[in-house]
Design a protein around this ligand. Sequence first.
Ligand code: PHE
Length: 336
Amino acid sequence: MDLKKYESKINRVTSLDKLNELEVRFLGRNGEINKLLSEIENIPDEQKKTYGQKINQLKSSMYRYIETKKKELQNKKSDVFFDKTLPGKIYPKGSLHIISNAIEEITKIFEKIGFIRVSYPEVDWEYGAFESLNMPSGHPARDDVETSFIESAPHPRFGKMVLTPHTSNGQNREMRRVGAPPIRMINISKCYRPNWDTTHTPMFHQFEGLCVDREITIANLKGTLDYFAEKYFGKGTKTRLRPHHFQFTEPSFEVDISCNVCGGKRMGCKVCKSGWLELGGTGMVHPNVLKEGGIDHKKYSGWAFGCGIERVIMMKYGLDDIRNYYSGDIRFLEQF
Ligand code: PHE
C-alpha cells in the first residue's frame, strides 16, 4: 500500500520494456493493485469505503507516475551510436503487372498514329456483343463464341446481359460515340470465355482496333498491322493475312506474324512449326455493322481487328503457359 515503494521501483527502471513489465505487474488485470482490491472482502464493513478510496488513489498516482516515466524514457537519447552515413535498408518495390505494362505499351504504339484509347463495358447487352455485329439472335455464328450470360431480365431491344466474349462490342459503341467518321479506336478491355488450359483463361484481355473513314482499304489495314508488328515484336517482323470468316467483317482474315524465334525459316522450330504465329482476327467492317452504328456505308469504309493481350505477350517472350500471369507467383512476374 505504500506508494513510495512502488515509486522507487518505477524510478529505477532504465528501459521502456522494463517499464511495460512493471506496468503489467502493478496495474495489469492480475496485477498487485487488483489483488489489493479483491482483498476488500476481508476488510470490516465500516473500513471498506476508506480502503477502496485509498487503493483507487494509489492506482491513479501510480498510473500518472508511469506515464511521466514513459515520456522521460521516450525522450532520452539513445546511448547506442547511430551511424547516419550507413546506406539505408532497401525494401523491394512493387511494380505494374506484366499485363498492365503490355496494355500501356500497346496503347502508346497506337496513340502515336492517332488512335484513341477507349475501354468499353465488360458486361454488355447481347446487342453489343452480337446483334450490332451482324449476328442476329438465333444465328449459328453466336455459338462459335462461347459466352457467359448474366441472370437478369432481358432488355426488350438489347436482349440478355453477357460477360463480353470479345472487345468487338466496342465497335458499335464507338461509332455511336464519335457520330461521324473519322474513327480511330483502340479498345482494350477484359473478355470472358469459359475455357481453362495452357493457352486460355476464363478472363483475358483483348485489344481491338477500329478505323473508319473515306476510302479505307485493306492496304491501310495491312500497313497498320505491319507497323504494330514491327513496333511490338521487333524490326523485321512481317505479317500475313489468311482468309477466314467473321460475321462482322467482309472479307475476313486471320493475321499471322513471322516467328521471331526462327525468323520465319521454320526448319525444326518448336515455337511456330510453320514459320508463322497467329496474332488475331481482322477484316473490313461489314456494311451492316456500319449501318447499325449509324454510319453511311456508301460514303465510308473501315477495318477492324481483335487480338489477345495475353497471347501477344506469350508470343513476344516465348511463354508456354498463360496461367502463369494469374498464379500470383512473384518469381514469374519479376522476370518482366
Ligand atoms: N472478335 C474477334 C474474336 O474475338 C476478333 C475480330 C475483331 C475479328 C475484329 C475481326 C474483326 O475472335
